[in-house]
Write a protein that binds this ligand. Structure first.
Ligand code: RIB
Ligand code: CA
Length: 308
């Protein structure tokens, strides 16, 4: 089977780092480019982290371009899940020697899509600023976007770990609105499923047993990430972004419900929330496939395989 052409737009970020790792290591994926965005840390940090991660992976042949430095319509509110550097607790990663593309990430995305022989799968794992700007500035590239599988949103309030908003959408709701209103094939992999793929002791043991250099570094990242998450939410480290990448390759990992989704941009306590109209009360066509269930065991097997 031919590998799927993928572009990841990310804000590394411990979980973004593992999404990049899986994309690079999985034979089913042809990672043709990476763009960075502000979010977990300021742009120059997420970009520096991205180059370090790509170099660590030996993925220096994959071009990386830096995108937007702030959200489209509001100041940057930093994520808190990765420490000030965006990759705290990781073993010291040497200064990258890998060159950053000269183009702005949005122009780079447009060029890559225009040059691609067939439509490409976009996997945004940070705020949607670059993707929103891409759709505004280069509407022609829509034809070269096969589908968007993004990490973002929170829809079902089944348990106390699902907050009213999810960071990637909250950070740039204007960009998220452009994306969900685009009419493109969009799958939202939100907290409803990503909070079901948590790294805790059993996963640490499984990764520890792999014993490769890569698995040892990932274990370092995840031990720090889990500690931060446990301090904030009392649960293990959720592998938000790696799940979005895995779903882009194997959509059977999740169950989805089609819905008309809107982004709350005026709420006081729900500002940035993703609101799904499952009963079609608004009489609008469905615009998003919302992830509702996940096969966590199969996802972790995919992660472990990529580490071996
Ligand atoms: O809410 C989870 C998202 O926010 C993930 O993409 C994580 O990397 C952080 O950016
Ligand atoms: Ca992210």
């Amino acid at each position: 089977m031919k590998p799927t052409k993928v572009i990841i737009d990310c804000d590394p970020g411990h979980d973004d780092a593992i999404a990049l790792l899986m994309a690079h290591r999985m034979p089913e994926v042809d990672l043709i480019g990476v763009t960075t965005v502000c979010g977990n840390a300021p742009l120059e940090r997420t970009t520096a982290n991205c180059l370090r991660i790509m170099e660590l992976l030996g993925a220096t042949g994959v071009p990386v371009a830096a995108g937007c430095v702030t959200p489209l319509g509001r100041p940057l509110v930093l994520g808190t899940a990765d420490g000030p550097s965006g990759l705290d607790g990781s073993p010291y990663l040497p200064e990258p020697t890998m060159e950053l593309q000269k183009e702005h990430g949005v122009d780079f995305l447009a060029r890559l899509l225009r040059e691609a022989e067939e439509p490409v799968v976009l996997v945004p794992t940070g705020p949607l600023t670059n993707i929103g700007m891409l759709l505004l500035k280069y509407p022609d590239v829509r034809a070269k976007i096969a589908r968007i599988v993004l990490m973002g949103g929170a829809f079902y309030r089944r348990d106390e770990y699902i907050t009213p908003t999810e960071f990637n959408i909250f950070c740039d709701p204007e960009a998220a609105a452009i994306v969900v209103e685009s009419g493109l094939d969009i799958t939202m992999v939100g907290l409803d499923v990503t909070m079901k793929v948590l790294v805790e002791e059993p996963q640490f043991e499984a990764i520890g047993a792999i014993g490769t250099d890569l698995s040892k570094i990932v274990l370092d990242w995840l031990r720090y990430y889990e500690k931060l998450h446990r301090g904030q939410m009392g649960v293990g480290g959720a592998l938000h972004d790696p799940l979005a990448l895995a779903v882009a390759i194997d959509p059977t990992l999740i169950e989805t419900r089609n819905a008309f989704v809107q982004i709350d941009r005026t709420g006081t306590h729900t500002f940035g929330a993703t609101v799904a109209d499952y009963w079609n009360l608004e009489g609008q066509p469905d615009n998003v496939k919302v992830a509702s269930k996940v096969d966590a065991d199969r996802f972790f097997e995919m992660l472990y395989t990529s580490l071996r």
